[in-house]
Write a protein that binds this ligand. Structure first.
Ligand SMILES: Cc1cc2nc3c(=O)[nH]c(=O)nc-3n(C[C@H](O)[C@H](O)[C@H](O)COP(=O)(O)OP(=O)(O)OC[C@H]3O[C@@H](n4cnc5c(N)ncnc54)[C@H](O)[C@@H]3O)c2cc1C
Length: 430
C-alpha cells in the first residue's frame, strides 16, 4: 500500500473531472485524477450535442483542436405516432454564430482529448481504479482510498457522475429518486460521411440535432434523440425511471428498436453499422435534486451535483459539467491561497455558481422537470397532431373533413380541461 499527498484529488475523469484537473494543473496545483474506467471516455455516455460555450472558455481554440464531429445547424423535433411524425425543423444563421455554436461529439474521443490537455498541464491520471472510500480526519475529507493506494489531499472534488455513491456515503446527497432520473440507451451507427450529409440535407461538417416524443417510449415520459456525427449518427432513447412500464408498457431495450424502425428514422440509418451500444442514467430533477455542493475538504460538480436540464426541445449536461468543474477548481485554487479548505472556505463555490449560468439556468428552468413529467405530451399530443394533419393532407375521393372540425375533435380527444391545464402549466414554466 502506497501513500501520496496532492493538493487536490479529482474522482472521475469525465468532462467535469478533466475540466477541473486542467484548471488546477494550469494554476500549478499538484493534482491527481482517479478514473475507474480503463481510459477516460470508456464509461461515459452522452446523447451527443455539446453547447460549446463553456469548453471554449476553458480552451479557446476548440474549433481547431477538439475532436468535434459536426457543427449543428438544424434542429428537428418529431412528435411520433406508429405510422408517422409531425416534424418541426428549424435552421437559422443566427444559431450558427460562434457565441452559441454547438457540436455533435463522441465521448470516446472528447474525454481522452480533454484528459490529455489536463495531463499536458501537469495533472496525473490514474485509470482503471475505483475510489471505494473517502479518507476523513478532523471532521473533513482528506483523501481517497483507491484499490491498494491511499491518496491524501487538501481537498477532494467528486466528479464521479450521476450516482456519486461517495457523496451519498458522506450524507451530502440522497439516493436517486425514480422521478429524478432517466435511463438512456444509445447506439453509435457508422455511415459514410457523404451519406450522412446527403440524407440530412447538410453541407460537409454541418449536422442536425433531432429529438422525438411519442411512439418510441410507448407514450411513457421520455423520448428519442439523434445527432449526426461526421461518419454516422448517435441515436437512442431516454425514459424517466418512474414511468418505465407505463403507457403501452414498452420495455426499455425495445424503445430504441422502435425508434430505429420508425418510418422517419429507418431510411436515415439504412445500411449503417452499429459500432457502440451503451446505457446510462441521466439526472433530470434539476435544481430540485441538488445535493450539498461542498463540505469540509470536499466539493461536488457535474452530474454528481445534478447539473442537467432537459427542456424537451434541448438537453444540456456537458456544458454544465465543464463549467462547474472549472468553477470548483477556481474555488480550490482560492482555498489553497488562503490555506482554508473548510466548508466555510469552500463556500465561495456557491457564489461562483450563482454568478455563472449554472445556477442561474437551473433556477430559471426549475419547474421544467414537472412540466416534462406530463404524460399527455408523450401520448395524446402526438396522436392528436397526427389526426389533424392526416385529416388535412389525406385525399382519397371521400368527403373532405373541415379543418375546424378536425381541430375541435383533436382538442376533445385531449380533454379540454386537461389541455387548458397543460397550457397554463407550460405558460407558468416557460
Ligand atoms: C443518454 C444520455 C444522453 C445525453 N445527452 C446529452 C446531450 O446531448 N448534451 C448534453 O450536454 N448532455 C447530455 N447528457 C448529459 C451528459 O452526458 C452529462 O451531463 C455529462 O456526461 C456529465 O459529465 P460528468 O463528468 O459529470 O459525469 P460522467 O461523464 O458520468 O463522468 C463521471 C466519471 O466518474 C467515474 N467514476 C464514477 N465513480 C467513480 C469512482 N468511485 N472512482 C473512480 N471513478 C469513478 C466514471 O467512470 C466516469 O468516468 C446525456 C446523458 C445521457 C446518459
Amino acid at each position: 500500500m502506497s501513500e501520496e499527498k496532492f493538493d487536490a484529488i479529482v474522482v472521475g475523469g469525465g468532462l467535469t473531472g478533466s475540466a477541473a484537473a486542467y484548471t488546477l494543473a494550469k494554476a500549478g496545483l499538484e493534482t491527481a485524477v482517479v478514473e475507474r474506467g480503463t481510459a477516460c471516455g470508456a464509461k461515459n455516455v452522452t446523447g451527443g450535442r455539446l453547447y460549446a460555450h463553456s469548453l471554449k472558455r476553458l480552451i479557446p481554440d476548440i474549433a481547431e483542436s477538439a475532436p468535434l464531429e459536426r457543427h449543428i445547424v438544424k434542429e428537428r423535433i418529431f412528435l411520433m405516432t406508429e405510422s408517422g411524425a409531425t416534424t418541426v425543423e428549424y435552421g437559422d444563421a443566427r444559431l450558427q454564430e460562434d457565441a452559441c455554436a454547438s457540436y455533435s461529439v463522441l465521448r470516446a474521443k472528447l474525454d481522452p482529448w480533454l484528459a490529455e490537455r489536463a495531463e499536458e498541464a501537469g495533472a496525473m491520471y490514474v485509470t482503471g481504479i475505483r475510489v471505494d472510500k473517502l479518507l476523513q480526519k478532523n471532521g473533513g475529507v482528506c483523501g481517497v482510498i483507491a484499490g491498494e493506494d491511499v491518496l491524501c489531499a487538501d481537498v477532494v472534488l467528486l466528479a464521479d457522475g450521476v450516482h456519486s455513491l461517495l457523496a451519498q456515503k458522506l450524507g451530502m446527497k440522497k439516493a436517486l429518486a425514480p422521478h429524478h432520473a432517466a435511463v438512456g440507451v444509445k447506439e453509435v451507427i457508422e455511415l459514410d460521411e457523404e451519406t450522412v450529409s446527403e440524407r440530412f440535407g447538410v453541407a460537409p461538417g454541418q449536422g442536425v440535432a433531432c429529438l422525438a416524443a411519442g411512439y418510441p417510449t410507448g407514450g411513457a415520459v421520455g423520448g428519442g434523440f439523434l445527432y449526426t456525427n461526421r461518419t454516422g449518427v448517435s441515436l437512442g432513447t431516454v425514459v424517466t425511471l418512474s414511468h418505465i412500464g407505463s403507457g403501452a408498457g414498452v420495455k426499455v431495450p425495445d424503445m430504441i428498436e422502435r425508434f430505429k424502425a420508425h418510418p422517419v428514422i429507418a431510411p436515415l440509418i439504412a445500411g449503417g453499422k452499429t459500432v457502440e451500444y451503451a446505457a446510462h442514467l441521466v439526472p433530470e430533477g434539476g435544481r430540485n435534486m441538488m445535493p450539498e455542493l461542498f463540505w469540509n475538504g470536499v466539493l461536488l460538480a457535474g452530474d454528481a451535483a445534478g447539473f442537467v436540464i432537459n427542456m424537451g426541445y434541448s438537453f444540456r449536461g456537458m456544458d454544465f459539467a465543464i463549467e462547474s468543474g472549472r468553477l470548483a477548481a477556481e474555488t480550490i485554487i482560492r482555498a489553497k491561497e488562503r490555506n482554508d479548505f473548510s466548508a466555510d472556505g469552500l463556500s465561495h463555490y456557491r457564489s461562483l455558481l450563482e454568478r455563472s449560468f449554472v445556477l442561474r439556468d437551473l433556477r430559471h428552468y426549475q419547474n421544467m422537470p414537472a412540466l416534462m413529467d406530463t404524460r399527455q405530451i408523450y401520448d395524446e399530443l402526438p396522436a392528436a397532431a397526427a389526426e389533424v394533419l392526416c385529416g388535412l393532407f389525406r385525399v382519397d375521393g371521400s368527403e373532405p373533413q373541415r379543418p375546424s372540425k378536425l381541430i375541435v375533435a383533436a382538442a376533445r380527444s385531449l380533454g379540454l380541461t386537461e389541455l387548458l391545464k397543460l397550457g397554463a402549466k407550460a405558460w407558468g414554466t416557460l
